[in-house]
Design a protein around this ligand. Sequence first.
Ligand code: ATP
Length: 209
Amino acid sequence: MKDDRIPRATVKRLPLYYRHLNILSDQGKSRISSKELSEIVKIDSATIRKDFSYFGELGRKGYGYDIQKLIQFFRKILDQDEVAKVALIGVGNLGKALLNYNFIKNDNMRIDLAFDTNKQKIGHSIGNVHIYALDELEKTLKESGIQVAILTVPASASQQVADRLVDSGIEGILNFTPVRLNVPDTVQVHSIDLAVELQTLNYFLKNKS
Ligand code: ATP
């Protein structure tokens, strides 16, 4: 389901709502008010109500939101019925950690393939994920139909690998390198630079008013 009327900021919050609604459901809760949810996800309740309003009548005044109904609805929007298969490029320290983590607690996404240039790593598996030679990137990715890749190569290799990912049909890149990647408009890049995140956090700690 894709609806251009739904703001990007709202769409970005949906996975967070979805994750916490599932936790609440596992705890046996069946309904929740926007105020309660607000305390859990740390987003103000007016924003939550506004976000949910884009999806029609999901709650009732004085009753709150039906958690199962929300989960089913968001699952459809987020395409959670299908397992999202992901490729990981660069099995260094961070790549290895992600392969071992492999979203085990989320049964709807999974790193399926990994690639590296290091001969000592190629042919081995980490957490059941086989490591292929980078030479096999285009062929293997095209055959797999995978659309999302995690990039954990050294910064110096990142643009070159990104170009090859685009040529292999990848439509989304989760970029853990500090390089701002150049890709066509049709490809989405989300960048996570852990050093920058920590520096920002540190700045705010030191400049608390
Ligand atoms: P390690 O010491 O285990 O290599 P690291 O995180 O310090 O870990 P990096 O230099 O950041 O290593 O490289 C990350 C991984 O990316 C390594 O496994 C490296 O072999 C691999 N790599 C380097 N260049 C490329 C490339 N062009 N394509 C794919 N993988 C690459």
